[in-house]
Design a protein around this ligand. Structure first.
Ligand code: PEP
Length: 263
C-alpha cells in the first residue's frame, strides 16, 4: 500500500526567524510518526538551519525546492545534488511550473535534474501540469503525458520506482482555483498508466502521485479520498501552521481509511 504524503513548498517566503518558528511548531506538535509522511521544503539558504532543527525528528523530512544537475563547477548561484546530500537532504522538487515559467527550465533540463538527483540518492518530486490555454484546448492529458515521458526518458524501472510525481495544473497554482478531485484523479490515473507503459504494473502501483494547486484544508478532503491521489504538494497553505496541520490530518485519516479497507 502506498503511504500518503504531504509536502510543503515554502517557495521564496518567510524570514529566517519565521521559518524557524514554523519548524519548531511542527516539531513540537508532531512528536511521533503520523500515517501520512511529511516533508517541508524551505528556501535553499535556510536548508541547513531547518534540517538541523529536524535532524532528531526523522518523521518530518527536509526537502529542497530545486537544484542544478551538475555536481560542481563554475555555475554561479546554483546548488548541486552533492551539496544537498552533504546537508542530509533526502528529497528535491524538480520541474516546478514556476521554474519552468520564470527560469525557462525545459523538459530536457528536468530530465537531467531527475537523473542527477537519483545518482546522489535524492528522491525527486517531479512536477508536471498543463496551463490554462492547453486545458481549454482539451489537450491537458496529452501535454502532461508528454512531460512525464520527457522527464523519465532513459530511466530504468528501478529509478522510475524511486520518483514521487506531482500533478500541478499551472492554472491552479497560487490562484485559488482548484482542479476538482475527479479531474485531478483522471489525470493522475493517466500518469500511472504512463508509468506502467515505461516500467512494470507493480511499479506503477508503487509510485506516489500527488495533487498540487491551491490545496487548502477546506478543499483537500475532496481530493485525498480518491485512491489514486497519494497526497499533496502544498504551497501557500504550508506557510500557515494550523492549515498545514489540518492537511496532515486529512492525509493521515485518508491513509488510515484505505488501510482499514484493505485488511
Ligand atoms: C506549489 O507550490 O506547488 C503549489 C501548488 O502552490 P499553491 O498551493 O500555493 O497553489
Amino acid at each position: 500500500m502506498r503511504n500518503k504524503i504531504i509536502i510543503g513548498n515554502w517557495k521564496m517566503n518567510l524570514s529566517l526567524a519565521d521559518a524557524q518558528d514554523l519548524t519548531f511548531k511542527l516539531k513540537s506538535s508532531i512528536k511521533v510518526e503520523r500515517p501520512a509522511e511529511i516533508t517541508v521544503c524551505p528556501p535553499s539558504v535556510y536548508l541547513l538551519t531547518i534540517s538541523n532543527i529536524l535532524k532528531d525528528t526523522p518523521h518530518i523530512k527536509t526537502g529542497a525546492q530545486n537544484m542544478f544537475y551538475k555536481e560542481e563547477g563554475a555555475y554561479t548561484g546554483e546548488v548541486s545534488p552533492k551539496m544537498l546530500k552533504d546537508l542530509h537532504i533526502e528529497m528535491v522538487i524538480i520541474g516546478h511550473s514556476e521554474r519552468r515559467q520564470y527560469f525557462n527550465e525545459s523538459d530536457k533540463d528536468v530530465n537531467l535534474k531527475i537523473k542527477a538527483a537519483l545518482k546522489f540518492g535524492l528522491t525527486p518530486v517531479f512536477c508536471v501540469g498543463e496551463d490554462l490555454k492547453i486545458r481549454e484546448k482539451g489537450e491537458a492529458e496529452s501535454q502532461v503525458k508528454n512531460q512525464v515521458l520527457e522527464g523519465i526518458k532513459d530511466l530504468n524501472s528501478a529509478d522510475i520506482e524511486k520518483l514521487i510525481i506531482a500533478y500541478e495544473p499551472v492554472w491552479a497554482i497560487g490562484t485559488g482555483k482548484i482542479c476538482s478531485g475527479e479531474d485531478a484523479n483522471k489525470i493522475i490515473k493517466m500518469i500511472r498508466s504512463t508509468i506502467k507503459e515505461k516500467s512494470t504494473p507493480q511499479i506503477s502501483e508503487t509510485v506516489r502521485i500527488l495533487y498540487g494547486g491551491s490545496v487548502k484544508s477546506d478543499n483537500f478532503g475532496e481530493h485525498i479520498k480518491y485512491p489514486d491521489i497519494d497526497g499533496g504538494l502544498v504551497g501557500g497553505a504550508s506557510l500557515n501552521f494550523e492549515e498545514f496541520m489540518k492537511l496532515i490530518d486529512l492525509a493521515s485519516n485518508a491513509h488510515s481509511q484505505v488501510q482499514s479497507h484493505s485488511v
